[in-house]
Design a protein around this ligand. Structure first.
Ligand code: NIG
Ligand code: FE
Length: 385
């Protein structure tokens, strides 16, 4: 006979943030978990019986964060580049090549240990689903290797061979490699394909060609676009019906319209603007236009080396005109939408019991108490991490 309880009732929840669009938060709540999933959520007074109870002491319970954009497979350090930027240098895509050299030189064991450390760091801060991109290998072998490493930590793996054109090749030859042998080697280990569509990286025509090649072998597209300036990426993402387009810092009215019309999720990465001293995207304009918005970390060694969704939420509220509720929705159900996931991002019946317990009475404290480690516990699939 199993000694494991089959159901657990979280009791004395000061505020349960379910993420239900009609009623995102319930006060004095309880949550029943059975078989790793949410079996019931509501006011504590109405809670059903359970095998065991766990008293959270009046704290807030929120869905685990869904971080839909990260670049965790890398080696090396670019703190000097960051310091130079803070002394007045501007950010450019060229720094990616520094990380590429270090990543190629690293052993598999080193890369696995480094990703494990970063994923654990994310989990401690409440992230329960993470997307991980390749993009610091840029050879057939190194891109495939990066995805094999990423796959050990998540099903949400993204082939980003089209990050920059590496040294020693032409853009034409490199696009042919990315859409040919590299795609073939990467595809078995990836769910998504992504392109850095930006000046200094890949233009709109190259991005379209690469995304279509990926779609032809069963990968789903997503795109880095309109980060460093206006560009064709957002329109392209909408035209191709991509699930998400990420950065969206420089948008025209037509870009906003296209996002609204197609339902492509605009993923905002405010840690990047913080770490590059760039203007923040206008989240308020997107929300007011009815565009679906996600917030993610973009954790990477160059433009933004934070793994903290609470930090990104605080930035989104302070700098991008979002309310604390909108920002938390964007980092949970918004992230789930950006990954096309129906099973995570909310605490509704049937969803995976992925959650964070905050050392705070309500979710607004995530932005109200910036920089404070408020995540007391993270539960993944109904188990405490
Ligand atoms: O999302 N934009 C492209 N890739 C990363 C930055 C990569 C780097 O600088 O190493 C980003 O910001
Ligand atoms: Fe990125």
């Amino acid at each position: 006979m199993s000694t494991e309880p089959t159901s657990v009732l979280l009791t004395d929840i000061g505020e349960l943030f379910t993420g239900d669009p009609e009623r995102p938060a319930i006060s004095r709540a309880a949550l029943l978990i059975a078989g790793g999933h949410v079996a019931w959520a509501g006011e504590a007074a109405d809670a059903p019986p359970a095998d065991t109870a766990y008293d959270v002491g009046g704290r807030a319970v929120i869905p685990g964060f869904v971080d839909s954009h990260s670049h965790l497979v890398f080696a090396g350090d670019r703190a000097a580049e960051f310091s130079a930027r803070m002394a007045g240098e501007s950010y450019s895509a060229g720094g990616i090549r520094t990380t590429v050299a270090a990543t190629r030189a690293a052993t598999d064991e080193h890369l696995v240990a480094s990703v494990a450390r970063l994923v654990a760091e994310m989990t401690r801060q409440g992230t329960t689903t993470v997307e991980i991109k390749s993009g610091y290998g840029l050879t057939v072998k190194d891109e495939a290797r990066s995805l094999v490493v990423a796959r050990q930590f998540t099903d949400e793996t993204t082939f980003l061979g089209a990050h920059v054109v590496p040294e020693g090749t032409t853009p034409e030859d490199y696009v042919a490699l990315v859409t040919g042998p590299m795609l073939e080697a990467a595809a078995p280990h990836a769910k998504w394909i992504d392109v850095f569509c930006e000046r200094g990286a890949f233009d709109g025509d190259q991005a379209r060609h690469i995304l279509e090649a990926g779609q032809a072998v069963g990968l789903q597209g997503r795109l880095h676009a309109n980060q460093l300036g206006p560009g064709p990426g957002v329109q392209l993402a909408c035209e191709l019906g991509l699930t998400a387009v990420d950065h969206c810092t420089y948008l025209s009215d037509a870009d906003v319209d296209a996002l609204k019309q197609t339902g492509t999720t605009a993923t905002l990465l405010p840690g990047v603007e913080f770490s590059t001293r760039q203007p923040y995207p206008d989240a308020r304009a997107l929300l007011d236009a009815g565009v679906r918005v996600a917030i993610a970390s973009d954790c990477n060694p160059g433009s933004c080396f934070t793994s903290s969704l609470p930090f990104c939420i605080a930035l989104a509220v302070r700098e991008m005109g979002m309310t604390p509720t909108e920002a938390l929705l964007a980092a949970t159900s918004g992230g789930a939408a950006a990954l096309g996931r129906e099973d995570v991002g909310r605490l509704a019946v049937g969803m995976r019991a992925d959650l964070a317990i905050l050392d705070a009475p309500g979710h607004a404290h995530l932005a109200y108490r910036p920089g404070v480690p408020l995540v007391q516990q993270t539960w993944v699939g109904g188990r405490r991490f």
